[in-house]
Design a protein around this ligand. Structure first.
Ligand SMILES: Nc1ncnc2c1ncn2[C@@H]1O[C@H](COP(=O)(O)OP(=O)(O)O)[C@@H](O)[C@H]1O
Ligand SMILES: [Mg+2]
Length: 296
């Protein structure tokens, strides 16, 4: 299943997330993004070719663009900066790897929602709330909120993340830190929403992670990718309808359609699902980076 890793077998791998392979280099980490895809917290046996490169390139693009809004962990994506151990694997690492500053991860996922969809829409239909917070009556699917909502969840080591209210998050951590990551998250969301609006894309929501080095708070992991965000087609967007999207939603919808019980092991994905997912990721990559030359 993870055969691409065998190419790196003489370097000690420190840990593996659902999508990323992490090498601990002391004060720095090398984050290698594989072509694995997960949905509902389960990793699929079928890779999406080049997905790791697409996610890495989008993240690097936005880490650079947003560094004046929020400091982040990015150091370098040049294989020669990774150290001699990694040089034999340059071909695999190229484009899908980032040297970053190692932080203490803040164990919350910082989710910002501009529109009601996904698990927020499900909760709202059930109880009129989102993350326990009461919302106005009568909202329709995909409707825009008056202002973007900060709806954190816990970052579970295993199993599913739990949605909590901002108030609950404040109870569970230092207040100054909670305020800071909330403000940073909203700033990133607003930046991206305004930017991509002009490109015909609606950023419906996004998930961010933060870490600390001493008292310094920095954005880590990935930023504004189709794994972590919902990107909708602005021209065909309609309140009350499920929008056309360029992200992982297509895979989630397929999995709901085939009635998968969301328990491991995940099924193999058919070729057309792999190709459509890849097309969506490629399309959003091009819109964001304006790079038309890459032959993915
Ligand atoms: N700069 C950083 N310092 C410490 N940990 C990080 C940093 N950037 C990312 N991480 C962690 O590395 C892992 C990335 O792997 P990923 O496959 O995305 O994991 P997950 O299954 O948790 O989504 C995550 O656990 C993330 O919190
Ligand atoms: Mg992740």
């Amino acid at each position: 299943m993870y055969n691409e890793l065998s190419k790196l077998s003489n370097v000690k791998q420190s840990w593996q997330g659902k999508v990323r392979d992490i090498y601990d280099l002391g004060e720095e980490l090398l984050i290698v993004t594989s072509d694995r895809i997960s949905a509902f917290d389960v990793v699929f046996p079928t890779p999406i070719p080049d997905k790791g490169k697409i996610l890495t390139q989008i993240s690097i693009h936005f880490f650079k663009q947003t560094q004046n809004i929020v400091p982040n962990h990015f150091i370098s994506d040049k294989v020669e900066d990774f150290g001699a151990d990694f040089m034999p694997f340059a071909e695999y690492l190229e484009g899908r790897s980032m040297l970053v500053r190692k932080t203490r991860v803040i164990p919350f996922e910082c989710i910002v929602r501009g529109y009601i969809t996904g698990s927020a829409w499900s909760e709202y239909k059930r109880s009129g709330t989102i993350g326990g917070m009461l919302l106005p009556d009568g909202m329709l699917e995909s409707q825009r909120f008056a202002t973007p909502l900060f709806t954190p969840s816990t970052k579970a080591d295993s199993g599913h993340d739990e949605n909590i209210s901002y108030r609950e998050m404040l109870h569970r951590m230092d207040e100054w830190l909670a305020v800071k990551i909330k403000d940073y998250s909203l700033a990133i969301f607003n930046y991206a929403h305004d930017l991509l609006w002009d490109e015909g894309i609606i950023v419906a929501d996004t998930k961010l992670e933060f870490g600390t080095i001493g008292n310094e708070v920095i954005l880590i992991d990935e930023v504004l990718t189709p794994d972590s965000s919902r990107f909708w087609d602005k021209d065909s967007y309609e309140i009350g309808k499920t929008p056309l999207s360029f992200d992982k939603q297509y895979l989630r919808d397929y999995l709901e359609k085939i009635g998968w019980d969301k328990q491991p092991p995940a099924p193999e994905l058919p070729l057309d699902v792999v190709e459509q997912t890849r097309d969506k990721y490629t399309k959003i990559y091009k819109t964001i980076t304006k790079d038309e030359t890459r032959q993915w």
